[in-house]
Design a protein around this ligand. Structure first.
Ligand code: CP
Length: 343
């Protein structure tokens, strides 16, 4: 499943962000370090499924600070910390934090550092989580900063792709990845394409409506790694021969409604188009939430019972991957195996 690792030394030092044990961007990873993290995530699987119990983080407290809506990221980070024996304190939304009274990011971060051992932060502004991180020396994890990055989502997405490919007997090097939807504001695809670019000889087909294309700086960065990048506004053409289809929701909360005009049902990933364009081994992914409201067109529910749909295996993988992130950042990954006991 993974290449041989020739790197040595603590993983948290190898992925450090400006010398700190924090996770702000996927740029902190090499192919070797990301696969070293996934080896730890594999070890976490029995604990994530509660077949085994570990309490390596007993006594530790996580501060989960979410200033933007979230279900998966907030709850799975919290559950991951609890699965390792720690406890979680949450604050959700500006209304219920003292930022509503004008408190700065710097003061909030400094105060929280005295209360908890690690923080996960989601904030609507790009770069804001890095500002939290600068103000503290405790581990900070970026749970999504506006249209910036969502590194833990990209890590669990890549982990899912490697796990699915291993099951199918396929290699990621040389694969065809189709990213569909709002590639401009969707932070998950920004992080994922950078992580995937660590592999070799990939073909990326980027299928987006006019105005919601992948930002130029990410295309340039990905192109430097020698991958093939094709941009298309036709779902039917773009999906032909894809090994992975990664659909995304239109981030309506991040732009004016007029910009949405180009987004039509033609961009919906559904069973008919998958049957027409792809083989039986294609994997259909989505970071979720998918938009189930009238007029939303990201991923159809008609694939719900299709084994090619990997979205719930993907969400399940959020727990072991986030457990691995905590274990590494808090320096306890070497203690996990010895700490295991039966349920
Ligand atoms: N994928 C994701 O970030 O989901 P939430 O917004 O529910 O956390």
């Amino acid at each position: 499943k993974y290449a041989q690792s020739a790197q040595s030394g603590p993983l948290r030092d190898r992925i450090a962000y400006h010398g700190k044990h924090q996770l702000l961007s996927v740029d902190q990873f090499t192919r070797e370090s990301v696969e070293d993290l996934f080896r730890i995530a594999d070890q976490m699987q029995p604990i994530a499924r509660r077949q085994k119990v570990s309490r390596v983080l007993e006594g530790a407290v996580l501060g989960n600070l979410f200033f933007e809506a979230s279900t998966r990221t907030r709850v799975s980070f919290g559950a991951a910390f609890c699965r390792l024996g720690g406890s979680v304190c949450d604050t959700t939304g500006f209304t219920f934090s003292s930022m509503a009274k004008g408190e700065s990011i710097y003061d909030t971060s400094r105060v929280m550092s005295g209360y908890v051992d690690a923080m996960v932060i989601r904030h609507p502004e790009k770069g804001s989580v890095a500002e939290f991180a600068q103000a503290t020396n405790i581990p900070v994890v970026n749970g999504g900063d506006g249209p910036g990055e969502h590194p833990s989502q990209a890590l669990l997405d890549l982990y899912t792709i490697l796990t699915e490919f291993s099951r199918l007997g396929k290699l990621l090097d040389g694969a065809h990845i189709a990213l569909v939807g709002d590639l401009k504001y969707g932070r998950t695809v920004h992080s994922l394409i950078k992580l995937l670019a660590l592999y070799r000889g990939l073909k990326f087909t980027l299928i987006a409506p006019h105005g919601l294309e992948m930002p130029e700086y990410i295309l340039e960065e990905t192109g430097k790694h020698g991958h093939t990048i094709i941009q298309s506004s036709s779902l039917e053409e773009g999906l032909v021969g894809a090994d992975v289809i990664y659909a995304t929701r239109v981030q309506k909360e991040r732009f004016a409604a007029e910009e949405l005009e180009g987004y039509t049902p033609d961009f919906q990933v559904n069973k008919a188009i998958i049957d027409k364009c792809c083989g039986p081994d294609v994997i259909v992914m989505h970071p979720l939430p998918r938009d189930s409201r009238e007029g939303a067109h990201d991923l159809s529910v008609d694939l719900n019972h299709d084994t090619r749909l990997a979205i719930f295996r993907q969400t399940d993988n959020g727990i072991p991957v986030r457990m691995a992130i905590f274990a590494v950042l808090l320096g306890v990954e070497g203690l996990v195996q010895h700490s295991l006991r039966d349920v």
